[in-house]
Design a protein around this ligand. Structure first.
Ligand SMILES: [Zn+2]
Length: 247
């Protein structure tokens, strides 16, 4: 529907009609009939990243999963070449699975995966230890600089995410599990692998590649571009346009 539905960390956006708002903005500013009909496509970052990475790097992979670990945690899945959204777009919101800890989460609940293993959670622990860090991108900078405490916390966060991913992998049986976002680096990946291979059945991981992002910060843009191309050149829309042109 192009609407945000009960976003765990942005409650004020519940039910907001993003598509309608953007379509009106285009129409107001463009002022021509042609631009007034510009289609608006809406999707979340993890879905678009998964689509961009799968299309460009793993086009033959029929079950592809991407987990984005930045300030929050989210996942996108591309199954049979299409983004898998679930019955109403809620698929992949793994950041608010309860993992048993009592850390308060931005969603209002306690013990969510994002509350203990996201870039935001690692930043908070670092800040408590006197290290200057307020967000996932601060943690990324510390990891790039090889900060020992940040690396140890990232590995521990990877282990916690890996524990949840053992279930994801068992359910989806993907060929590629990609770790993306601010925390995606060697320490985090090591932690993911430690728990994932320990907890998931060998059958589920026999043909699984656990990799890091190839497109980096461009992934969601590449995915959005691919989505636009798919939309515009879908057979029925191409036929419509040709008919309108009298071809
Ligand atoms: Zn939560």
């Amino acid at each position: 529907t192009g609407r945000v539905v009960q976003p765990p960390i942005m409650p004020g956006w519940d039910g907001y009609d993003i598509r309608g708002r953007l379509a009106r903005a285009f129409a107001e500013h463009a002022g021509t009939d042609r631009c007034a009909r510009v289609p608006v496509l809406v999707d979340n970052d993890a879905n678009l990243m998964a689509y961009g990475e799968q299309r460009t790097g793993y086009p033959d992979c029929s079950a592809f999963a991407l987990v984005k670990v930045s300030t929050g945690i989210g996942a996108g899945m591309v199954v049979g070449g299409a983004v898998y959204r679930g019955v109403d777009g809620g698929a992949g919101d793994i950041g608010h699975i309860r993992v048993g800890a009592d850390a308060p989460c931005r969603c209002g609940s306690y013990g969510c995966l994002a509350a203990v293993a996201s870039g935001g959670a690692v930043a908070r622990r670092l800040a408590e230890a006197g290290v200057r860090a307020a967000s996932g991108s601060d943690v990324r900078d510390l990891l790039t600089a090889g900060h020992p405490e940040a690396m140890a916390l990232a590995r521990e966060a990877g282990r916690q995410v890996g524990d949840v991913l053992a279930t994801v992998v068992t359910l989806l049986n993907p060929g590629v599990l990609m770790i993306a976002g601010d925390l995606a680096g060697t320490p985090f990946l090591t932690g993911v692998r430690e728990l994932l291979y320990q907890r998931a059945l060998p059958r589920s991981t026999a043909h699984l590649d656990v990799v890091t992002s190839r497109l980096g910060e461009r992934a969601a843009l590449v995915g959005a571009g691919a989505l636009v191309v798919e939309h515009l050149y879908a057979p029925e829309r191409a036929e419509e346009r040709l008919a309108a042109l009298g071809v």
